[in-house]
Design a protein around this ligand. Structure first.
Ligand SMILES: [Zn+2]
Length: 102
């Protein structure tokens, strides 16, 4: 059996991670207003809690208030490159730099 589905041009969405794009006109933490160039799709790890936190943190460390962003489906829009680079790669073998057992 071959995989029937072709992955999105960008990459497959990582389980537990959703795509979100800032709404136009929202004020960023650095007080800039979101314009068209800011409308990239950030990847946000879904919190394990059931309650909506005050803000979500994208993989690129951008803090997003839930009302300031819209959910987007996989393969939609222009991805945020820092977020893509920060995606944990499950196929990486060997040591993880982030996890220290002690
Ligand atoms: Zn991002």
């Amino acid at each position: 059996m071959e995989p029937a589905e072709i992955a999105s041009p960008v990459m497959g969405w990582v389980p537990g991670v959703v795509g979100a794009r800032l709404r136009r006109g929202v004020e960023l933490p650095n007080r800039r207003i979101v314009g068209e160039t800011d409308r990239v799709v950030h990847l946000i790890p879904v919190p394990a809690t059931e309650t909506m936190p005050e803000h979500l943190t994208a993989l690129c460390d951008l803090e997003i208030r839930p009302g300031d962003a819209e959910h987007v489906d996989a393969g939609t829009g222009m991805p945020c490159i820092p977020c893509l680079n920060a995606v944990p790669r499950p196929d990486t073998t060997g040591v993880s730099e982030a996890a220290d057992p002690r």
